[in-house]
Ligand binder design. Structure first.
Ligand SMILES: *[C@@H]1O[C@H](CO)[C@@H](O)[C@H](O)[C@H]1NC(C)=O
Ligand SMILES: *[C@@H]1O[C@H](CO)[C@@H](O)[C@H](O)[C@H]1NC(C)=O
Length: 313
Protein backbone atom coordinates (compact mmCIF):
# COMPACT_ATOMS: atom_id res chain seq x y z
CA UNK A 1 0.00 0.00 0.00
CA UNK A 2 2.74 2.43 0.93
CA UNK A 3 4.59 1.69 -2.31
CA UNK A 4 1.41 2.13 -4.30
CA UNK A 5 0.53 5.46 -2.76
CA UNK A 6 4.09 6.58 -3.34
CA UNK A 7 3.73 5.68 -7.03
CA UNK A 8 0.43 7.56 -7.20
CA UNK A 9 2.06 10.62 -5.69
CA UNK A 10 4.95 10.35 -8.08
CA UNK A 11 2.62 10.12 -11.06
CA UNK A 12 0.71 13.14 -9.78
CA UNK A 13 3.95 15.10 -9.48
CA UNK A 14 4.83 14.09 -13.02
CA UNK A 15 1.48 15.43 -14.18
CA UNK A 16 -0.41 12.23 -14.80
CA UNK A 17 -4.07 12.17 -14.00
CA UNK A 18 -3.96 9.38 -11.48
CA UNK A 19 -7.73 9.12 -11.40
CA UNK A 20 -7.54 7.47 -14.80
CA UNK A 21 -4.83 4.95 -14.36
CA UNK A 22 -6.30 2.79 -17.12
CA UNK A 23 -4.94 5.43 -19.47
CA UNK A 24 -1.49 4.28 -18.47
CA UNK A 25 -2.13 0.90 -20.01
CA UNK A 26 -2.80 -0.98 -16.80
CA UNK A 27 -6.03 -1.84 -15.05
CA UNK A 28 -7.62 0.69 -12.72
CA UNK A 29 -6.00 0.56 -9.34
CA UNK A 30 -7.47 -2.31 -7.39
CA UNK A 31 -4.50 -2.17 -5.14
CA UNK A 32 -6.39 -3.92 -2.36
CA UNK A 33 -5.78 -7.22 -4.09
CA UNK A 34 -2.21 -6.60 -5.05
CA UNK A 35 -0.65 -7.31 -1.71
CA UNK A 36 -2.15 -9.61 0.85
CA UNK A 37 -0.37 -9.37 4.18
CA UNK A 38 2.34 -7.52 2.35
CA UNK A 39 2.92 -10.06 -0.40
CA UNK A 40 0.93 -10.71 -3.59
CA UNK A 41 1.99 -14.35 -3.36
CA UNK A 42 -0.45 -14.88 -0.49
CA UNK A 43 -3.54 -13.54 -2.27
CA UNK A 44 -4.47 -16.80 -3.96
CA UNK A 45 -3.48 -19.06 -1.09
CA UNK A 46 -6.13 -20.37 1.26
CA UNK A 47 -5.82 -19.19 4.85
CA UNK A 48 -4.97 -22.74 5.92
CA UNK A 49 -2.04 -22.83 3.52
CA UNK A 50 -0.08 -19.88 4.90
CA UNK A 51 2.52 -20.07 7.67
CA UNK A 52 2.71 -17.28 10.21
CA UNK A 53 5.05 -16.28 12.98
CA UNK A 54 2.88 -15.46 15.99
CA UNK A 55 3.70 -13.50 19.12
CA UNK A 56 3.31 -15.62 22.23
CA UNK A 57 1.69 -13.56 25.02
CA UNK A 58 1.50 -10.57 22.70
CA UNK A 59 0.12 -8.25 25.40
CA UNK A 60 2.83 -8.92 27.98
CA UNK A 61 5.23 -6.24 26.90
CA UNK A 62 8.09 -4.80 28.90
CA UNK A 63 11.75 -4.92 29.63
CA UNK A 64 13.78 -7.98 28.75
CA UNK A 65 14.86 -8.31 32.38
CA UNK A 66 11.26 -8.66 33.58
CA UNK A 67 10.50 -12.41 33.76
CA UNK A 68 6.75 -11.73 33.59
CA UNK A 69 6.82 -10.41 30.03
CA UNK A 70 7.27 -12.20 26.71
CA UNK A 71 7.62 -9.33 24.26
CA UNK A 72 9.50 -6.05 24.33
CA UNK A 73 7.54 -4.30 21.55
CA UNK A 74 3.92 -3.17 21.86
CA UNK A 75 1.06 -4.80 19.95
CA UNK A 76 0.87 -1.98 17.34
CA UNK A 77 4.63 -2.26 16.83
CA UNK A 78 4.30 -6.03 16.43
CA UNK A 79 1.66 -5.50 13.75
CA UNK A 80 3.62 -2.73 12.02
CA UNK A 81 6.65 -5.01 11.90
CA UNK A 82 4.63 -7.71 10.10
CA UNK A 83 3.27 -9.98 12.82
CA UNK A 84 -0.20 -11.21 11.78
CA UNK A 85 -0.93 -13.77 14.50
CA UNK A 86 -1.33 -12.59 18.08
CA UNK A 87 -1.65 -15.02 20.96
CA UNK A 88 -2.86 -13.64 24.27
CA UNK A 89 -4.17 -14.61 27.67
CA UNK A 90 -7.10 -13.13 29.56
CA UNK A 91 -8.34 -13.27 33.13
CA UNK A 92 -11.05 -11.35 34.90
CA UNK A 93 -11.14 -8.61 37.50
CA UNK A 94 -13.99 -6.87 39.31
CA UNK A 95 -15.49 -10.17 40.46
CA UNK A 96 -15.49 -11.60 36.99
CA UNK A 97 -17.08 -8.55 35.38
CA UNK A 98 -14.14 -7.38 33.25
CA UNK A 99 -11.68 -9.13 30.95
CA UNK A 100 -8.04 -8.15 31.47
CA UNK A 101 -4.82 -9.10 29.76
CA UNK A 102 -3.24 -10.86 32.74
CA UNK A 103 -0.36 -13.30 32.96
CA UNK A 104 -1.49 -16.32 34.98
CA UNK A 105 -3.10 -13.98 37.50
CA UNK A 106 -3.83 -10.26 37.53
CA UNK A 107 -1.64 -9.93 40.62
CA UNK A 108 1.35 -11.23 38.69
CA UNK A 109 0.88 -8.96 35.68
CA UNK A 110 -2.07 -6.88 34.51
CA UNK A 111 -1.32 -5.49 31.05
CA UNK A 112 -4.57 -3.56 30.67
CA UNK A 113 -8.10 -4.35 29.61
CA UNK A 114 -9.16 -6.67 26.81
CA UNK A 115 -11.21 -3.69 25.67
CA UNK A 116 -8.06 -1.65 25.09
CA UNK A 117 -6.30 -4.58 23.42
CA UNK A 118 -9.26 -5.01 21.04
CA UNK A 119 -9.47 -1.29 20.28
CA UNK A 120 -5.80 -1.22 19.39
CA UNK A 121 -6.29 -4.05 16.92
CA UNK A 122 -9.45 -2.46 15.50
CA UNK A 123 -7.57 0.77 14.81
CA UNK A 124 -4.76 -1.12 13.14
CA UNK A 125 -7.16 -3.09 10.91
CA UNK A 126 -8.96 0.13 9.95
CA UNK A 127 -5.66 1.46 8.65
CA UNK A 128 -4.54 -1.76 6.95
CA UNK A 129 -7.18 -2.83 4.41
CA UNK A 130 -4.95 -5.49 2.80
CA UNK A 131 -4.17 -7.40 5.95
CA UNK A 132 -5.66 -10.40 7.71
CA UNK A 133 -4.97 -10.83 11.42
CA UNK A 134 -5.54 -13.85 13.62
CA UNK A 135 -6.14 -13.73 17.36
CA UNK A 136 -5.69 -16.74 19.57
CA UNK A 137 -7.12 -16.12 23.02
CA UNK A 138 -6.34 -18.21 26.06
CA UNK A 139 -9.47 -17.92 28.14
CA UNK A 140 -7.63 -18.21 31.45
CA UNK A 141 -10.70 -18.09 33.68
CA UNK A 142 -12.94 -20.13 31.35
CA UNK A 143 -15.53 -17.39 31.13
CA UNK A 144 -18.54 -17.49 28.88
CA UNK A 145 -17.73 -16.60 25.29
CA UNK A 146 -20.43 -13.90 25.36
CA UNK A 147 -18.06 -11.76 27.47
CA UNK A 148 -15.59 -11.69 24.60
CA UNK A 149 -18.38 -11.03 22.13
CA UNK A 150 -19.49 -8.00 24.15
CA UNK A 151 -16.01 -6.47 23.94
CA UNK A 152 -15.62 -7.26 20.23
CA UNK A 153 -18.99 -5.55 19.68
CA UNK A 154 -18.27 -2.46 21.73
CA UNK A 155 -14.87 -1.86 20.13
CA UNK A 156 -16.20 -2.44 16.61
CA UNK A 157 -13.65 -5.17 16.01
CA UNK A 158 -16.50 -7.59 15.38
CA UNK A 159 -17.25 -5.97 12.02
CA UNK A 160 -14.07 -7.56 10.62
CA UNK A 161 -14.64 -11.02 12.03
CA UNK A 162 -14.57 -13.99 9.70
CA UNK A 163 -17.44 -16.47 10.05
CA UNK A 164 -16.93 -19.86 8.37
CA UNK A 165 -19.44 -20.60 5.61
CA UNK A 166 -20.19 -23.87 7.39
CA UNK A 167 -20.93 -22.17 10.75
CA UNK A 168 -21.62 -23.44 13.35
CA UNK A 169 -19.98 -26.54 11.94
CA UNK A 170 -16.28 -26.91 11.24
CA UNK A 171 -14.81 -25.55 8.04
CA UNK A 172 -12.64 -28.31 6.59
CA UNK A 173 -8.94 -27.55 6.39
CA UNK A 174 -9.02 -27.44 2.58
CA UNK A 175 -12.13 -25.26 2.38
CA UNK A 176 -10.75 -22.03 3.84
CA UNK A 177 -11.10 -18.97 1.61
CA UNK A 178 -8.04 -17.35 0.11
CA UNK A 179 -6.53 -14.20 1.56
CA UNK A 180 -7.84 -12.25 -1.44
CA UNK A 181 -11.37 -13.50 -0.76
CA UNK A 182 -11.16 -12.57 2.90
CA UNK A 183 -9.80 -9.13 2.07
CA UNK A 184 -12.49 -8.52 -0.54
CA UNK A 185 -15.19 -9.54 1.94
CA UNK A 186 -13.49 -7.37 4.57
CA UNK A 187 -13.55 -10.31 6.97
CA UNK A 188 -9.95 -9.82 7.94
CA UNK A 189 -9.99 -10.97 11.54
CA UNK A 190 -9.93 -14.64 12.46
CA UNK A 191 -10.52 -15.38 16.14
CA UNK A 192 -9.81 -18.60 18.01
CA UNK A 193 -10.26 -19.34 21.69
CA UNK A 194 -8.87 -22.29 23.63
CA UNK A 195 -11.99 -22.95 25.71
CA UNK A 196 -15.69 -22.13 25.88
CA UNK A 197 -16.20 -21.51 22.19
CA UNK A 198 -19.84 -21.85 21.24
CA UNK A 199 -20.32 -21.19 17.56
CA UNK A 200 -24.08 -21.54 17.85
CA UNK A 201 -24.11 -18.42 19.97
CA UNK A 202 -21.00 -16.54 18.84
CA UNK A 203 -20.24 -17.84 15.34
CA UNK A 204 -16.96 -15.98 14.79
CA UNK A 205 -15.11 -17.07 17.94
CA UNK A 206 -13.82 -20.43 16.77
CA UNK A 207 -12.78 -23.37 18.89
CA UNK A 208 -9.00 -23.55 18.73
CA UNK A 209 -8.63 -27.31 19.05
CA UNK A 210 -11.24 -28.06 16.43
CA UNK A 211 -9.01 -26.23 13.98
CA UNK A 212 -5.48 -26.67 15.33
CA UNK A 213 -3.24 -28.94 17.26
CA UNK A 214 -0.31 -27.64 19.28
CA UNK A 215 3.13 -28.91 20.15
CA UNK A 216 4.24 -28.82 23.84
CA UNK A 217 4.84 -25.42 25.43
CA UNK A 218 7.22 -24.37 28.20
CA UNK A 219 10.02 -26.25 26.53
CA UNK A 220 13.44 -26.03 28.19
CA UNK A 221 15.30 -27.92 25.45
CA UNK A 222 17.20 -25.28 23.44
CA UNK A 223 17.30 -27.65 20.46
CA UNK A 224 13.50 -27.97 20.22
CA UNK A 225 14.21 -31.51 19.14
CA UNK A 226 10.61 -32.62 18.70
CA UNK A 227 7.29 -31.68 17.17
CA UNK A 228 4.90 -33.88 19.11
CA UNK A 229 1.16 -33.35 19.16
CA UNK A 230 0.50 -32.25 22.75
CA UNK A 231 -3.04 -30.86 22.55
CA UNK A 232 -5.83 -31.71 22.01
CA UNK A 233 -5.05 -34.75 24.12
CA UNK A 234 -5.65 -37.86 22.07
CA UNK A 235 -6.41 -35.77 18.99
CA UNK A 236 -5.06 -36.43 15.54
CA UNK A 237 -3.06 -34.22 13.20
CA UNK A 238 -5.27 -35.07 10.24
CA UNK A 239 -7.57 -32.25 9.25
CA UNK A 240 -6.05 -29.76 11.68
CA UNK A 241 -3.74 -26.82 11.10
CA UNK A 242 -0.95 -26.69 13.66
CA UNK A 243 0.82 -24.37 16.05
CA UNK A 244 4.42 -24.89 17.12
CA UNK A 245 5.35 -23.45 20.51
CA UNK A 246 8.85 -22.27 19.70
CA UNK A 247 9.69 -20.25 22.80
CA UNK A 248 12.30 -21.35 25.27
CA UNK A 249 11.93 -21.37 29.01
CA UNK A 250 14.54 -21.60 31.71
CA UNK A 251 13.88 -23.15 35.08
CA UNK A 252 15.04 -21.76 38.41
CA UNK A 253 14.08 -23.71 41.52
CA UNK A 254 11.36 -25.32 39.43
CA UNK A 255 9.88 -21.99 38.32
CA UNK A 256 9.75 -21.50 34.58
CA UNK A 257 10.42 -18.14 32.98
CA UNK A 258 11.32 -17.00 29.44
CA UNK A 259 14.92 -17.76 28.50
CA UNK A 260 15.46 -14.46 26.73
CA UNK A 261 19.22 -14.81 26.69
CA UNK A 262 18.67 -17.46 24.01
CA UNK A 263 16.21 -15.48 21.88
CA UNK A 264 18.66 -14.66 19.10
CA UNK A 265 19.38 -18.32 18.41
CA UNK A 266 15.85 -19.56 19.25
CA UNK A 267 14.37 -17.03 16.82
CA UNK A 268 17.00 -17.47 14.12
CA UNK A 269 15.83 -18.65 10.71
CA UNK A 270 18.40 -21.44 10.48
CA UNK A 271 20.84 -23.30 12.68
CA UNK A 272 20.60 -25.48 15.73
CA UNK A 273 17.48 -24.80 17.81
CA UNK A 274 16.19 -22.26 15.26
CA UNK A 275 12.68 -21.82 13.88
CA UNK A 276 13.84 -23.34 10.60
CA UNK A 277 15.37 -26.36 12.29
CA UNK A 278 12.28 -27.20 14.32
CA UNK A 279 9.99 -26.55 11.36
CA UNK A 280 12.00 -29.02 9.30
CA UNK A 281 11.48 -31.64 11.96
CA UNK A 282 7.76 -30.83 11.95
CA UNK A 283 7.57 -31.09 8.19
CA UNK A 284 9.10 -34.52 8.27
CA UNK A 285 6.55 -35.56 10.92
CA UNK A 286 3.47 -34.12 9.25
CA UNK A 287 4.46 -33.61 5.59
CA UNK A 288 3.54 -29.92 5.76
CA UNK A 289 5.01 -26.87 7.46
CA UNK A 290 3.51 -25.39 10.63
CA UNK A 291 0.70 -22.89 10.15
CA UNK A 292 1.89 -20.91 13.15
CA UNK A 293 5.16 -20.68 15.04
CA UNK A 294 4.79 -18.84 18.34
CA UNK A 295 7.80 -16.93 19.62
CA UNK A 296 8.86 -14.70 22.51
CA UNK A 297 10.65 -11.40 21.79
CA UNK A 298 9.85 -11.62 18.08
CA UNK A 299 12.18 -8.70 17.36
CA UNK A 300 15.22 -10.78 18.28
CA UNK A 301 16.52 -13.22 15.70
CA UNK A 302 15.20 -13.38 12.17
CA UNK A 303 11.55 -14.39 12.39
CA UNK A 304 10.42 -12.90 9.08
CA UNK A 305 13.16 -14.67 7.14
CA UNK A 306 11.97 -17.85 8.84
CA UNK A 307 8.36 -17.05 7.90
CA UNK A 308 9.29 -16.47 4.26
CA UNK A 309 11.15 -19.76 4.17
CA UNK A 310 8.14 -21.62 5.61
CA UNK A 311 5.96 -20.09 2.92
CA UNK A 312 8.48 -20.63 0.13
CA UNK A 313 8.40 -16.93 -0.82
C1 LIG B 1 0.61 -25.15 1.08
O1 LIG B 1 0.42 -25.79 -0.17
C2 LIG B 1 1.62 -26.27 -0.76
C3 LIG B 1 1.27 -26.76 -2.17
O2 LIG B 1 0.26 -27.73 -2.10
C4 LIG B 1 2.19 -27.36 0.13
O3 LIG B 1 3.39 -27.83 -0.41
C5 LIG B 1 2.44 -26.79 1.53
O4 LIG B 1 2.84 -27.84 2.38
C6 LIG B 1 1.19 -26.13 2.08
N1 LIG B 1 1.51 -25.43 3.34
C7 LIG B 1 0.74 -25.51 4.41
C8 LIG B 1 1.14 -24.71 5.61
O5 LIG B 1 -0.27 -26.16 4.44
C1 LIG C 1 -3.72 0.43 25.36
O1 LIG C 1 -2.95 -0.28 24.38
C2 LIG C 1 -1.87 0.46 23.86
C3 LIG C 1 -1.25 -0.31 22.72
O2 LIG C 1 -0.80 -1.58 23.09
C4 LIG C 1 -0.88 0.78 24.96
O3 LIG C 1 0.20 1.53 24.46
C5 LIG C 1 -1.59 1.54 26.06
O4 LIG C 1 -0.72 1.72 27.14
C6 LIG C 1 -2.84 0.80 26.54
N1 LIG C 1 -3.60 1.63 27.44
C7 LIG C 1 -4.10 1.18 28.59
C8 LIG C 1 -4.85 2.16 29.40
O5 LIG C 1 -3.95 0.02 28.96
Amino acid sequence: MKVISFVIELLAILGFNTAQTSGLGRPPLQSRQQACNGNAAFCDRPYSNVSLIGTHDSAFVGSIVDPRVNQEKSVPTQLDAGIRFLQSQTHTINNGAQLEMCHTTCTELDAGSFQNYSSTIKTWLDDSPDDVITLLIVNGDNVDVSMFDAVFSSTGLKQYAFVPSTSPNQLAINDWPTYAQMITANTRLVVFIDSKANQNIVPYILDEFTYFFETPYDTTDPNFAECTLDRPAGGSAAGRMYIVNHFLDASLFGILFPNDAADYTTNAATGSGSIGAQAQLCESDYQRPPNVVLVDMFDRGDVFAAQDALNGV
